[in-house]
Design a protein around this ligand. Structure first.
Ligand code: 5GP
Ligand code: ZN
Length: 222
């Protein structure tokens, strides 16, 4: 496994098709994760080599970079939310009022907007693994569902569903935050717990996967 594999995107984003690289500017490249662990799974890659070679916990101590990362996070959280709305809006109960208003063309004439529908941005997590496997700094933008054929191991699941996943809003981390010294905490080895209902599956990964598929059906319909 090439732990430097993310560098290529930041060096020459134009070398990749638009199905892989969603966006590139002077500071950031945004890509689809090659092994997505959920319905929507993007990676935000800072391009500056002086930044992306650092451990994320160190890089995010820089207030300028942290501000840039939070702004980028917010943009792509909204993008992911619009993807979810596009994919599942027609199945969502919370969207039905909005849908009915649209279909009836009963748009409020006083300039008021449509009923808001479902807040899909709440279904998106943005953050960083406490102990990343890939060397170049990357921020995950991932929908909550964990519904993916690429989600194959307990550590895949737990890396997103335990405190091993550090939300971008938690930065900068305190000096004594335990996650600065991962491994000892054993987050990746902890019991498998359903992200939606909390049911504990111990280490029964196949049973968790079946349950995740059932939860996916219900989650879409919220
Ligand atoms: P980490 O555990 O380091 O935070 O996550 C690294 C992420 O990069 C994983 O979600 C993995 O699927 C993804 N990944 C690994 N190699 C590649 C690659 O070559 N291209 C892309 N687009 N994603 C990759
Ligand atoms: Zn559940």
């Amino acid at each position: 496994r090439d732990r430097d594999g993310l560098a290529a995107y930041t060096k020459d984003p134009a070398a990749f098709p638009p199905t892989v690289v969603l966006h590139a500017d002077d500071n950031w490249v945004v890509i689809h994760d090659m092994f997505p662990k959920a319905i929507v799974h993007l990676l935000l890659l800072p391009r500056n080599p002086a930044i992306n070679s650092q451990h994320p916990f160190d890089a995010l101590f820089d207030p300028d970079f942290l501000a840039s990362a939070k702004a980028e996070a917010s943009k792509w959280r909204n993008f992911a939310a619009s993807e979810l709305r596009h994919l599942f809006g027609s199945e969502s109960a919370m969207e039905s009022t909005r849908r009915a208003a649209l279909e009836a063309e009963e748009l409020p004439s006083d300039g008021a907007s449509l009923p808001p529908g479902r807040d899909w941005a709440q279904e998106v997590r943005v953050g960083i693994h406490a102990h990343p496997s890939m060397n170049h700094l990357h921020i995950h933008v991932i929908s909550q569902d964990m519904y993916s054929e690429k989600m194959k191991h307990r550590k895949h699941y737990n890396s997103f569903k335990t405190p091993f996943f550090v939300d971008i809003d938690e930065f900068p981390l305190a000096d004594d935050d335990k996650r600065r010294h991962p491994g000892r905490e054993g987050y990746l080895q902890s019991d498998l717990k359903c992200w939606r209902c909390g049911k504990n599956f111990g280490n029964a990964f196949a049973r968790l996967k079946d349950h995740i598929a059932e939860e996916f059906v219900e989650w879409k319909k919220e």
